[in-house]
Every structure is written in structure tokens, then in C-alpha cells.
Design a protein around this ligand. Structure first.
Ligand code: ASP
Length: 331
């Protein structure tokens, strides 16, 4: 990557980060914040989502996206859409205005038309760099991993002032995908998951492996169970103390706010990413917990990322070791 390109990516990440952070600072919802962050990345030709999406084998751009609200675990997703400028908004409309979670292809586009989405001409999404990547892949026996610049999918996770979590992901998938291939990004539980009791996760990487591991849900499940276990232990102790003071009179004290340390989130993310690596996959995740721990883990050489907190942290980074949090060990 040239210094100029690096600066371009960092500036684009900053725009997305600022857009999301502004919503949260003004008291907006986590759901609105992630949409505000994802839209400029879908609109930027730099990322593999919306404009700038990778090409399928047949030379088209087919977009996948999903979104989830941690408050009620409502979720929406679209796969293989070709004429929707901002697939994250269509995914959200599936969530809020249909009784379904996932729509695909022509059906998703018919739904979009019914809900008033403009038809964006397919040429809008096509960029010379991504076309060249497809041509290179066809000319030389290269895998999508070699040509995709690992990987360029966009995603955002957020915690708002009311303690609600949200996650969203948007992608063009992998260069040269065929036969209606759908990756992890639009699959709730694989590429995206949000649960106020656990965390919000968005993933990027070799989708087949993230699907097999169920990455986003797996990380959330680990944190949910850890929190439950901790709560169980505290409640047990409390009820025992009450029982000792008043024998025969068991009263349960419910402890509702159980805080997990940042390391719990880091360990859950690292362990699940190690599991992806053990199967042969690579990529990364971003997540945020109800305590506000904003964590990432990846086993590629870099992952475009940014982080903003109400304490004033504002950082964007591309490669490993550029900020205080760590990449997965051994990679
Ligand atoms: N996870 C996406 C997919 O497999 C690709 C990416 O993250 O760039 O479709």
C-alpha cells in the first residue's frame, strides 16, 4: 500500500467514525450510529461494499448486508442485491417493515422497490480496480484472497447512552464468487450479531469459515454465558448470606449489573478467531460490550478499523500493532 492510499483509507475511516460518534454524542441510538457509520463506507469506492464492491465471476456486483438491534434482537438482512445503493438501509427496512429476517436477489429488490428505494444502475457499483482484480484472478490462477486486498467489507458496532448495542455489516463478498454464493456478512450469527446481554459483533474475512464457526453468535454466546455464570455465583453467595442470617428464609438477591472486564471480550474474540484459523480461515472482528469495551481481533496482516469513545478516544488504524489493543497472537 502506498502512503497516499493509506492516507485515503484513514481519511475515509475517520469520516465513518465521526459520523457514528456524532449520533451517539447527541444521544442517538446505537442503530442510527451504525447506519451513519456504514453509509459513507458503502458510498466510498475504497471499500468492498456498495460502490467499489468486488466483481462476481460473471462480472456483476452482488451485495450482501445485515443489521441487528441488541435491544430486542430484531434483525434484517439482504443477499445478492444489485441495484440498491445502500444495502444496510435495505437490511434495516427488512428488519422494521417486514416479518422476515433475510431476503435475497430479485425478491429483495422487489421489496426495495415497494418500500420506495431508488433503482441504482449497476454501473454505479463498478470500479476499475475491482474489475482489474477479477481479470487478474481469471488470467492467473489466483484465489479471491490474493486479489481482494483482504478484504474490505465494512461493518460497525455501537453502544449508545441508553446501554443499547447494535451491529451491522455490508459487503460485495469475494471476487469471482459464483453460483449465487453468499458469505457470512448477511447471515445473522455469522457476520453480524447483537445482544444487549452480551455484545455486538461485525466480522470480515473468508466468509465460508465464519459461517462454519458461527463467529458473531459464538463470541456473543461466550460472553453471555460468562456474565450469567458470574451473576449466578454472586446471587448464590448473596442468598447464602441471607439464609445464614435468617435460617429457613431463603431470599434471592438479584444482581443485575454484572460487569465483565475488557479482557473477557478480548479473550472471547481471540479464541473464536483462533478457531477460524484452526479451520484454515482468516479475517477479523470488531465488537463492543455493554460495559463499553471496544475490542478487535484479526489474524490477517491488517484490518481497516477505527474506534471512538465518549472518553475522547479517536483512532483509526490499518495494520497490526498500530494501537494498544492486540491482534490475535501467533498471526
Ligand atoms: N466476509 C465477506 C464474504 O465472505 C468478505 C469480506 O469480509 O471481505 O463475503
Amino acid at each position: 500500500m502506498t502512503p497516499e492510499k493509506e492516507a485515503e483509507y484513514e481519511a475515509a475511516l475517520q469520516v465513518a467514525l465521526d459520523a457514528g460518534a456524532k449520533v451517539l454524542a447527541e444521544g442517538g441510538s446505537a442503530m442510527d450510529a451504525i447506519k451513519a457509520a456504514i453509509i459513507p463506507m458503502e458510498d466510498s469506492a475504497l471499500f468492498n461494499a456498495g460502490k467499489g464492491a468486488v466483481f462476481t465471476w460473471d462480472g456483476t456486483n452482488e451485495l450482501d448486508s445485515s443489521i441487528m438491534d441488541g435491544r430486542d434482537r430484531s434483525a434484517g438482512a439482504v443477499a445478492g442485491v444489485k441495484t440498491v445503493k445502500n444495502p444496510i438501509l435495505l437490511a434495516d427496512t427488512v428488519r422494521t417493515q417486514s416479518e422476515h429476517v433475510m431476503l435475497m436477489g430479485a425478491g429483495a429488490e422487489a421489496f426495495a422497490a415497494e418500500k420506495g428505494f431508488a433503482v441504482t444502475p449497476p454501473e454505479y457499483f463498478a470500479t476499475p480496480a475491482r474489475r482489474e482484480a477479477l481479470e487478474r484472478m481469471k488470467a492467473e490462477p489466483l484465489s479471491a484472497l490474493d486479489v481482494d486486498h483482504k478484504f474490505g467489507t465494512v461493518g460497525a458496532v455501537a453502544l449508545d447512552q441508553n446501554g443499547n448495542l447494535a451491529a451491522g455489516t455490508s459487503t460485495g463478498g469475494m471476487t469471482g464468487k459464483r453460483w449465487g454464493r453468499v458469505g457470512d456478512a448477511p447471515v445473522i450469527g455469522a457476520g453480524t450479531y447483537a445482544d444487549n446481554r452480551a455484545c455486538a459483533v461485525s466480522a470480515t474475512g473468508w466468509g465460508e469459515y465464519f459461517l462454519r464457526v458461527g463467529v458473531a453468535h459464538e463470541i456473543c454466546a461466550r460472553l453471555r454465558m460468562e456474565r450469567e455464570e458470574k451473576r449466578g455465583a454472586i446471587e448464590w453467595e448473596a442468598s447464602r448470606a441471607v439464609n445464614e442470617a435468617n435460617p429457613g428464609n431463603i431470599t434471592y438477591t438479584h444482581v443485575r449489573s454484572i460487569n465483565l472486564p475488557s479482557q473477557s471480550a478480548q479473550d472471547a474474540a481471540d479464541d473464536v478467531m483462533d478457531d477460524v484459523a484452526s479451520l484454515g480461515g482468516d479475517g477479523g472482528v470488531i465488537l463492543v460490550t455493554p460495559e463499553g469495551h471496544a475490542i478487535f481481533s484479526f489474524n490477517t496482516s491488517g484490518m481497516y478499523r477505527g474506534r471512538a469513545t465518549s472518553e475522547g478516544v479517536r483512532e483509526v488504524a490499518i495494520f497490526g500493532g498500530e494501537d494498544q489493543a492486540s491482534a490475535t497472537p501467533d498471526h
